[in-house]
Design a protein around this ligand. Sequence first.
Ligand code: PLP
Length: 393
Amino acid sequence: MTSDSFIPYGRQSISEDDIESVIKVLRSNYLTQGPIVTQFENALCKQVQADYAVAANSATSALHIACLALGVGPGDTVWTSPNSFIASANCARYCGADVDFVDINPQTYNLCAQSLAKKLETAQVKNKLPKVVIPVHFAGQSCDMRAIKMLADQYGFAIIEDASHAIGGRYQDHPVGSCHYSDITVFSFHPVKIITSAEGGAALTNNRDLAISMQCLVHQGVTRIEQEFSQASPGDWYYEQQTLGFNYRMTELQAALGLSQLTRLDEFVQRRQQILRRYEEGLKDIDLVLPYQAEYASSALHLFPVLLPHIAAQNKGQFFSGLRQSGIGTQVHYIPIHTQPYYQALGFRWGDFPEAEHYYQRTITLPLFPELTEVQQDKVMSCIKGELEKWIK
Ligand SMILES: *Cc1c(COP(=O)(O)O)cnc(C)c1O
């Protein structure tokens, strides 16, 4: 199988302008720590209507500094969705905190606000309330943030939105990233995500103190803001390390690519929505559950996960390799985080979060990305029909 005929589940779209903007940086004075990272941060703020953005070398790093800025440490607990990429949980472990999960809503596959309410009630009795909850906007569709924010106010936890899939999406009247119902929102710019900076991420907030703290953490814990110094500045060379930080900086090359891609965000999301509508039309008579589109949100459509009928789901290994052999780069999003050996070693078991596990048994992700052609999409649809016919007869 040649790479030409292989259709991945997701991939970047790079224009000549994107390439030019990176080349321009290569010819400039700064490959890192120059002006473009700040420009990218400002453009992100404007795009999603947030006050502050801190660019980082990945969403994983951004999640880590977001947890630290909110004071997460040993003895604390962070809750997230089991139906996510492992980074949504690992960020809390980096801080020495415990992780727990809230089961998903079987319709949206997002962290379920009702399950959260129930779990909080029990946790309060046991005096084990979470310090931070990290809802994940799975496949690009926002969680029910208003309900989660009401619980945050009632129980006193902070919220980090893991919006790695969701830049360009909306929740009610707000762009995802506006932090209207959260303390911090994190984006990923990995190539399979909505826009890319190769590797990269960002943390957005409307809270100045959190922004300063996160900016400091991506630069080794160093501040150059004189008002923040704890000792008198002896001269302009002076900087202070006030806390233990990291080298989580984004480079100028990454920021230039991200900045250029950001101008194409609306075009990307519109194209994804077109592809979704074509899938909905072409697959409507097939025994597949297509992803539910909630009326309170507009999804950025990072992923197109479909649920297989039970008989095919029971043979998902063969189903999956059948599609792969036809050149369809299907994937599975996600293996429930709590079932990973690392998390099982912390005491989690199969059966702990049944909705996420049932969903996992049946789900398969089909290709959806801006440059997917109609011919390729037709091939995806005919291959999935062909595979289904092998099981349903
Ligand atoms: C991709 C992803 C991340 C991690 O993003 P990186 O930029 O690769 O570190 C975190 N959370 C979710 C939900 C993701 O999909």
